[in-house]
Structures are given as structure tokens and as C-alpha cells.
Ligand binder design. Structure first.
Ligand code: IMP
Length: 445
């Protein structure tokens, strides 16, 4: 039987999923994106070459694999074409090995304008207590595109780009409505030109036509032929629209719960779930972050970890590892084993802290996460302190070769979250990875 795997971020994103997906690609036939859009950024380093991908699964770097952009993704066709062309320029094959769901919804130029305008309006309209009401989005149009999907009447899907007449009809109505909405948000551009937009989208549709297909049948055909699937989650569990720190989340189900709806493949087909966790915590954009370190600790992690956004270049907020949050994510995502990323960044600390609980306003301590941005800021992290290590560990090849304090740090994390750490990353390159000698834990094993 084929082994189908999901890879998911357990924190607020940027855990290094791209590297692990790249590592596991050789063991699977199909690499499948199920959520998000160009808000995600996956960086993969192969033989010293860096590839930053936003929409296309990083499996594209292995030409014999099939990459799928599932129906749950929102696709900005202009960005997608840009990504395809830049890969081709670097001699990466992007032909029938890339399949895009005809049912994936399109991110339109007006979605991006709406996203940016709403953020602008919200950040200048502070709530009570001067609370900033903007989300700190990537301004890639993600929220407005998903909102249109749920609204139904005004959304365009990738398959629609192949039918010019249908597209023209819809866009005439949509552009009239959107122009009025953008105007109300203070965007002072001329009304949207439906004919010009139809032309440009139909042209992009022609370019992407060879890739646009019914990916649900493609995936089920693959399964029935015994081929294996690797699901690549974008964003991360704590940014999940239903289970993250709402409203400071993204607009899709980026936990593994999004896989069935975002691909048409039932969860019963997933055999193992690898949760990706940084050895510390980061967050980009607004929203509560109990273990955030605003002083020199945060700065040290940011500089050593190059913690600046792949998509927006924004400096990431940094802090200690929050195991209350990680354990919650492992529960939601059904994680079977952990990959601990960027452990090398922590070299040089005398002491390290692990957050094992939250102290609440009434003085009680809980080990339960609070997925609610209104209540989470009230939680004070309860820390356990462990010795740090000074040595650089970027050349480590096995777990026993790590400094004793690093081994103890990992062992304590495993104990608290109750799952094995099967992969340890000590640097950006594929080669800088320590894998457990035992097989990765599978569901039911
Ligand atoms: P949006 O997805 O652009 O709407 O942004 C919503 C929130 O999710 C913002 O705080 C973003 O910074 C955050 N976000 C979205 N995608 C990612 C990601 O891939 N990594 C980290 N943060 C992300």
C-alpha cells in the first residue's frame, strides 16, 4: 500500500515546511497543495541554489514528480505564470508535471486592492484601547478571494478562464459592483475595466490551459494505481481560519483538516502527518504571541535565523518555543511525528526557555491553548528553563553527535508533547538534516 503523508506547520508559519517537503519528495509520486495562495513562501536550498516558491509545490524541482494545486488554493494567475517562467529560466521542467484544479478560485487584481485598502482603513480606525484592528495581511488578496468563494455569485474559478464568453459576462457585472466597493474604501482609481480584465485573464487562461484539469479525479486515479501523495500545507495550524488565533489568521483551513475539502481526498487516505516546528517561535503580522521576546533575545534569534518574511520581507517577531501552542496544533492536525527546524539558531544561549503552560488572570495555570485573539493576550507563559549550548551544530549528522544540552532540549520537548522528533534541521541545505534511524511513526503504528 502506498504511504500518503501530510506536512503541516505547527506554529504561525515559516517553520521550514519547504525543506521537509523537498526532503520527502523522493518518497512520494504526487506533491499536493491544498490551501492558501501566494501569501505562502517556501524556500528550498538545493546544492547551494535557493528557490523561493509561493504557489507551486516545491516538488516541482524533481521533474519526475507530479505537482498539484488543489481546489482549496486561491490562485493569482499572474503570479503563477511569473513563477512558472522563472523556474523555466532556471531549466526546471514545468509541463504536464504541474496540474491546477479547474475548481481553484482566482485571486483577482481587485482582491489585492481590496485587501490593501481594508488594511489601511482598519489600521487608521483604532478600536477601543487603541487596539489596531488590521490583521497585518500579506496583501496578496487572500481574504477577499476566499470571501468571494463563500459569497459564490462574484467568484471566478480557474476553469472559467478557459471560457472567454462566460468570463466576459460575469466580469461585466462583477467589475461594476467591485468598483463601487473599492470607491467606498477610498481607492481612487478609475472604475474597473471589465473588457481589459477579460482580455488579460483569457490570455492567462490560454497560457495555463495545459495545466488546468479536474485534479480530484487525477488524485483518485493516482491512489487507485498505488501512487503516493504528499500534502504540502501552506501557512500553519495557528493561522487556520477555524482553529487559529482568530481574527489574526489567514482565510483558509491550513491545518491538516483542510486537506479533504481542499483536494477531494478523504482524511482516511492519510497515513502519516509530520508536524513542522521551529526550535523557537515566530510570527509575522498582528496577533497575540505569548512567548514573544521584544529585547535582545528576540533580536538574536531574528538575526541568526534570518527571520525576515519570504513573501513580504517583513521582520518576524521572535520568542521562545511555546509548547502549549505546539501540543494544541499536534492534536488538531493528528500529527504522528515532529520535524524540529532551525535548532542551530539556538547555539550561544546560556539558558533556554520552554513554555509549558499559561497562567491565567485568576492565577490558575492551564496547559490548554486559547485559540482566541481576544483572550490569549491575558495568558502569561509559564517557563521551564534548560541549559543552553555554545557550540555551532550546523555540521551535526546524527542526534548523538549534538551537544548534550541540545539532546536534552529535544528530549524534553518530546516528553512534553508526547511525540517523537524524527527529523532535526541544523541548517538550510538538504544535507544539514539529522533523521532518526527508526521509521517515521505512522498512524495506527
Ligand atoms: P493573509 O493570509 O495575507 O490574509 O494574512 C493573514 C495573516 O496570516 C497575517 O498575519 C500574515 O502575516 C499571516 N500569514 C499568511 N501566510 C503566512 C505564511 O505563509 N507565513 C507566515 N505568516 C503568514
Amino acid at each position: 500500500m502506498s504511504m500518503n503523508t501530510a506536512v503541516v506547520g505547527l506554529q504561525w508559519g515559516d517553520e521550514g515546511k519547504g525543506k521537509i517537503v523537498d526532503l520527502l519528495t523522493s518518497e512520494h509520486d504526487f506533491i499536493v497543495r491544498y490551501n492558501g495562495g501566494a501569501n505562502a513562501g517556501h524556500t528550498v536550498v538545493v546544492d547551494g541554489n535557493t528557490y523561493a516558491l509561493h504557489l507551486i509545490p516545491s516538488g516541482i524541482l524533481s521533474s519526475e514528480k507530479t505537482c498539484v494545486i488543489g481546489n482549496g488554493v486561491v490562485v493569482d494567475p499572474a503570479k503563477l505564470i511569473e513563477e512558472i517562467e522563472s523556474l523555466r529560466k532556471r531549466n526546471v521542467t514545468v509541463e504536464s508535471n504541474l496540474k491546477i484544479s479547474s475548481r481553484a478560485h482566482v485571486v483577482m487584481p481587485y482582491h489585492k486592492e481590496h485587501d490593501a485598502a481594508l488594511e489601511r482603513v482598519l489600521s487608521s480606525a483604532a478600536g477601543k484601547g487603541d487596539r489596531n484592528l488590521s490583521i497585518g495581511t500579506t496583501k496578496r488578496g487572500i481574504g477577499p478571494a476566499y470571501a468571494d468563494k463563500v459569497h459564490r455569485s462574484l467568484s471566478i474559478r480557474m476553469g472559467d478562464l478557459l471560457d472567454r464568453d462566460y468570463l466576459a459576462d460575469r466580469l461585466e457585472v462583477i467589475c461594476a459592483i467591485r468598483s463601487r466597493e473599492l470607491d467606498a474604501l477610498g481607492v481612487s482609481t478609475p472604475p474597473l475595466d471589465a473588457a481589459a480584465l477579460t482580455d488579460s485573464l483569457a490570455a492567462m487562461g490560454r497560457q495555463l490551459a495545459p495545466h488546468i484539469t479536474d485534479t480530484v479525479y487525477e488524485l483518485h486515479d493516482a491512489l487507485s494505481q498505488g501512487q503516493s501523495l504528499l500534502f504540502e500545507g501552506a501557512n500553519a495550524c495557528l493561522l487556520d481560519i477555524d482553529h487559529g488565533t482568530f481574527p489574526y489568521v489567514t482565510s483558509s483551513n491550513c491545518s491538516t483538516l483542510g486537506i479533504p475539502s481542499g483536494t477531494g481526498v478523504p482524511g482516511t487516505n492519510i497515513n502519516q502527518v509530520i508536524g513542522i516546528m521551529k526550535a523557537y517561535t515566530t510570527r509575522v503580522g498582528e496577533g497575540p504571541f505569548p512567548t514573544e521576546e521584544l529585547g535582545t533575545t528576540g533580536e538574536y534569534i531574528r538575526e541568526r535565523g534570518h527571520e525576515y518574511g519570504t513573501t513580504t520581507g517583513r521582520p518576524r517577531r521572535c520568542g521562545w518555543l511555546d509548547l502549549v501552542a505546539v501540543r494544541y496544533s499536534t492534536m488538531i492536525c493528528g500529527v504522528t511525528s515532529i520535524a524540529c527546524m532551525l535548532l542551530d539558531v539556538l547555539s550561544g544561549f546560556d539558558e533556554l526557555k520552554l513554555c509549558t503552560g499559561y497562567e491565567l488572570e485568576d492565577g490558575s495555570v492551564t496547559d490548554r491553548f486559547i485559540p482566541d485573539a481576544h483572550r490569549l493576550p491575558m495568558a502569561k507563559p509559564v517557563y521551564e528553563t534548560l541549559p543552553g549550548w555554545q557550540e555551532e551544530i550546523v555540521d551535526a549528522t546524527d542526534r548523538d553527535g549534538l551537544p548534550a544540552a541540545a539532546q536534552a532540549y529535544l528530549a524534553r520537548i518530546e516528553e512534553i508533547i508526547g511525540l517523537p522528533i524524527d527529523i532535526i534541521s541544523v541548517g538550510p541545505d538538504r544535507a544539514q538534516t539529522v533523521r532518526s534511524s527508526r521509521p517515521t511513526a505512522a498512524l495506527g503504528s
